[in-house]
Design a protein around this ligand. Sequence first.
Ligand code: NAP
Ligand code: G4F
Length: 378
Amino acid sequence: MGFMTKKAFITGITGQDGAYLTHLLLTKGYEVHGLMRRTSQFNNARIQELCGHLPLPGGASLEERLFLHYGDSTDSLNITTLVEDIQPDEIYNLAAQSHVKVSFEMPVYTCDVDALGTLRILEAVRQARLTEKTHVYQASTSELFGKVQEIPQTEKTPFYPRSPYGVAKLFAYWMTVNYRESYGMFASNGILFNHESPFRGETFVTRKITLAVARILNGLQSHLELGNMDAKRDWGHARDFVEAMWRILQHDEPGDFIIATGEQHSVREFVTLAFEFVGIPIRWEGTGLEEVGIARVPFLSADGKAVGFVPGHGLGNVPMEERVVVKVNPDFFRPAEVETLLGNPEKSRSVLGWNAQTSFPQLVHEMMEYDLRKIHAD
Ligand code: NAP
Ligand code: G4F
């Protein structure tokens, strides 16, 4: 009998996790279908960069294995039609308005996409009579724990979301459980803690930091403005975390799994490590709104051209000065903050055999290296 290619349908394929998951599934021989929003310019740069030159099993071409479909999580008919047409073995529901701060500004839209969008997927599977065939992965989040009721958080820790995003994801979490219990669907929640990469959106704190530090080291930006630097997160690498998503859908039974590293760091520690990557120490002075980070860095470039740190060569003889490189800006505070998140990944370790592979310093280094090269490539 011939080898059967599995079909996966990924919503949110153009995002950070969508791109890494596409890479993983293509290398495993899957036929990958993705939901892509119509935008005025092509929005598939991450997929292109990660998967454009990927050797595929059996010598298949990318065109034979990857199919992008226009659509939107807010459009029920579109979602139902796509699920019926594709008849996927696996659905990874990653599409979301995923920015916590933006969710305070767009709560209704965030709920439409993140809460009802999940229901649309689950219901599309039911309407298409695929409940016995299709395994569904729901991109749940550590934001469900919000004002944490227990440290570290496990699958049994009570939820206390702190943003419209968190509340929308709570609805999606329970809908996933409900379709599993009501219709016997293989529908699982991955409760993922923060995961980052060089493909992280530029307004999330880690990427905002690595891009800004790369610019400061090249005289292109005077300083970086941040909100709550005391916030602590359990930061892992997206490449490791999409492997966990896949394992969740290959397991014998559906369920809910914490995916985390089990280690937490503050935003301030992330900044410190980003500067230390190029051997520059940062000194923290003051408290609260008056807190600043001071470092010896290149002067601002007079003509807007990158001067300073060249990957592979270091800082060279570029003139340096000591100045404030980090300030606090209350515009980046949230109406309600999630101060601390720390996951206990014991269940995913013992049941799925999953472990985070990338350490915190390795993550910061990879992001810094990418952004320093990007500055010189742009
Ligand atoms: P991301 O980079 O922001 O990607 C979100 C994806 O959703 C993008 O492809 C985006 O499309 C798409 N999308 C947004 N609104 C949509 C809509 N109305 N219809 C269809 N697609 C839409 O997020 P990510 O970091 O990859 O995260 C993936 C998922 O995991 C999200 O559900 C997120 O909430 C969840 N999650 C993330 C983390 C984390 O730390 N990264 C942790 C826990 C859970 P465009 O490219 O067109 O914007
Ligand atoms: O990078 P963030 O914006 O990520 P946040 O809010 O933790 O959400 C991310 O992780 C969730 C999983 O826990 C996902 F579900 C969600 O989709 C998203 O991927 O902020 C991290 C922390 C926050 O405490 C924030 O207040 O950093 C703090 N922060 C301090 N200054 C900042 C900034 N965050 C941003 N985005 N920008 C700042 O200038």
